[in-house]
Design a binder for this molecule. Structure first.
Ligand SMILES: C[C@@]1(CC(=O)O)c2cc3[nH]c(cc4nc(cc5[nH]c(cc(n2)[C@H]1CCC(=O)O)[C@@](C)(CC(=O)O)[C@@H]5CCC(=O)O)C(CC(=O)O)=C4CCC(=O)O)c(CCC(=O)O)c3CC(=O)O
Ligand SMILES: NC(=O)C1=CN([C@@H]2O[C@H](COP(=O)(O)OP(=O)(O)OC[C@H]3O[C@@H](n4cnc5c(N)ncnc54)[C@H](O)[C@@H]3O)[C@@H](O)[C@H]2O)C=CC1
Length: 192
C-alpha cells in the first residue's frame, strides 16, 4: 500500500509572512481556508487584477494587496509562497525562484510544484486536526474535514483546558506527571 510520508507542522502564521501570487478564484479559495484556520495570518497578495470576492475576503482579514505582476522582489522577507496565477510560466518561475532561495512554495493545484500542500482543517478551540491525502484527493480531504467538524464535540476544548489545569496541580517530577496524566485519560482509549 502507498503511504503518506508528509510531515505536518502547525505554523504560527501570525509571525510568518505568507505571499499569495494571483487574485482570482484559486487565490480566493486558498486565502479562504488559510484565514478560516488562521484569521491572524500575515498575508500579502500580488496580482495585476483581484476578483471582487477575493478583494472582499482580503479586506476582511487585513491582507495587504499589491496591484502588480509577480516580480522576484516580492519574495523578500516571505517565508511561504502560494502561486495561483493562470499563467503556467509565471507559476513555474515562482517555483524556481523560491527553490533557489529555499522558501517553501506551493503552486496551488499543481502537486509536483509544491513543497507543501494545504490540508483539510478542523478547529475546535485549542484542538486542531489537519487532513492530507498526499495530494491524491482534495475532495476526500474536504469530506473528511466535514465529517470531523461534525463528530468532534465543540466542548473538546473544555477537556483540554481541564487537563491543562489538572496538570498544574500534580506534584512530582516529569515522569510522575506523565504517569498521572496517562492514568486519568486511560478511559478515553480503553474500550473494556
Ligand atoms: C495537492 C493540493 C495542492 C494545494 O493546492 O495545496 C491540491 C491540488 C488540487 N486541487 C484540485 C481541485 C480541488 N481542490 C479542492 C479543495 C481543496 N484542495 C485542497 C488542497 C489541495 N489541493 C492539495 C492536496 C491536499 C491533500 O493532500 O488532500 C484543500 C484540502 C485545502 C485548501 O485548498 O486550502 C481544499 C479543501 C478544503 C476543505 O474543504 O476543507 C476541491 C474540492 C472542492 O472544491 O469541492 C477541488 C475540486 C475537485 C477536484 O478537482 O478534485 C486539483 C484539480 C484541479 C484541476 O482540475 O486541474 C488539484 C491538482 C491535482 O490534484 O492534480
Ligand atoms: N478555478 C478553479 O477551480 C481551478 C483553476 N485551475 C487553474 O488554476 C489557475 C488559476 O485559476 P483561477 O484562479 O480560476 O484563475 P483567475 O483568472 O480567476 O485568476 C488568475 C489570477 O492570476 C493573476 N495573474 C495573472 N498573471 C499574473 C502575474 N504575472 N503575476 C501575478 N498574478 C497574475 C490574474 O490577475 C488573476 O487574478 C488556472 O491556470 C486554472 O486553469 C485549476 C483547477 C481548478
Amino acid at each position: 500500500m502507498e503511504r503518506n510520508n508528509l510531515y505536518p507542522i502547525f505554523l504560527k502564521t501570525s509571525q510568518l509572512e505568507v505571499l499569495i501570487i494571483g487574485g482570482g478564484f484559486v487565490a480566493e479559495e486558498k486565502l479562504h481556508f488559510l484565514t478560516k484556520s488562521s484569521p491572524d495570518a500575515k498575508v500579502i497578495m500580488v496580482s495585476p487584477m483581484f476578483r471582487e470576492a477575493t478583494t472582499e475576503l482580503a479586506n476582511a482579514f487585513n491582507v495587504t494587496m499589491i496591484t502588480d505582476v509577480y516580480h522576484p522582489k516580492y519574495l523578500e522577507g516571505k517565508h511561504m509562497v502560494v502561486a495561483t496565477t493562470d499563467v503556467p510560466e509565471v507559476n513555474i518561475q515562482v517555483y524556481n525562484d523560491c527553490r533557489a532561495q529555499s522558501k517553501l512554495v506551493n503552486v496551488a493545484d499543481n502537486p509536483p510544484l509544491c513543497d507543501f500542500y494545504m490540508g483539510g482543517i478542523v478547529t475546535k478551540g485549542n484542538v486542531k486536526v489537519a487532513i492530507s491525502t498526499n495530494g491524491k484527493s482534495p475532495t476526500t480531504a474536504k469530506r473528511l474535514r466535514q465529517f470531523f467538524e461534525e463528530v468532534i464535540p465543540e466542548d473538546i476544548d473544555q477537556m483540554v483546558k481541564n487537563l491543562n489545569e489538572y496538570r498544574k496541580t500534580i506534584k512530582g517530577d516529569f515522569e510522575e506527571k506523565v504517569d498521572q496524566m496517562n492514568q486519568i485519560t486511560e478511559k478515553l482509549v480503553n474500550k473494556k
